[in-house]
Design a protein around this ligand. Sequence first.
Ligand code: MRU
Length: 343
Amino acid sequence: MIPTVEWRDGTVRLLDQSRLPEQVEVLVCRDYETVARAIREMKVRGAPAIGVTAALGVALGAQSLAEARYEEFAKAMMGICDHLAATRPTAVNLFWAIERMKRALAGLRGEPVAVIKRRLLDEAQRILEEDIAMNKAMGRHGAELIRDGQTILTHCNAGALATAGYGTALGVVRAAWEQGKKIRVLADETRPVLQGARLTAWELMQDKIPVTLITDSMAGALMRQGRIHLCLVGADRIAANGDVANKIGTYSVAVLAKAHGIPFYVAAPHSTIDLATRSGEEIPIEQRAPQEVTSVCGGAPVAPLGVDVLNPAFDVTPAEYVTAIITERGVFKPHELATRFRS
Ligand code: MRU
């Protein structure tokens, strides 16, 4: 598969997810503004992927600066970081990655600017590689929770496409599949942007992992019929009390799962855990354009012109609905995160 995001020949290359599955196209970003636009327009999306992309965007911005003295260079870098941070508000991985790049920059004070530019790129590459390694570790821990023959419901896309590679929730699925477990994924289509239909179904089919596509409204009936054994989703931000922000519709899945006695698991790396945010109530929820709701993927309108629309891109699932959180350090109860991840 073409990588979700990579650095090549002085550019940031992104698999353009807004065009999948019809077109498999790579967007070549030659400046940090194009990287920022790609994040805002969801050409790259998914919490870990936008963090990695922003880090590479910071490194790309650094290469273009002409400032030769540290003070001026660092000031210009802050402008680049602010520009990239203003793209999407909910996924904390974006801010986590940018903060890490800022720390790297601060630690390089005194070095020649040419060296700083190289080291910033090294740091961004490390963020990318660590993301893949964390996903594989998460896969190993999470696969223990999946038994042969089970059907797993997922929502949105928390796969290789949403990360630098392998995936969080779908990384767990991949690991179970690689262990030889005969499993099936039920993919919620995930209105309005259809990440489940366009991306999860496509990604799993590429890997020949059995997948069945359903509309979001079908999950409850299938749970009642005993056809779903567990739910497994990713996260955009997990608060200190274990509340989980993820794609709109996740909360409904969690409530349904609890009502039917089905485990509801969240897979996320430490870059998604935000101990500075006390509870889900403090998590900023991105509101997106009404057109995403009044038409399907920018096609013909499906609603009367001028209708009032709500379009929150994420919701918060309270910790009490989350059976456990799968991380690269192991599987924890939501309330355990604050102590386990205090660094
Ligand atoms: O709006 P998106 O497509 O960026 O939302 C993505 C999700 O909600 C994912 O479930 C989440 O980022 C976890 S990805 C590993």
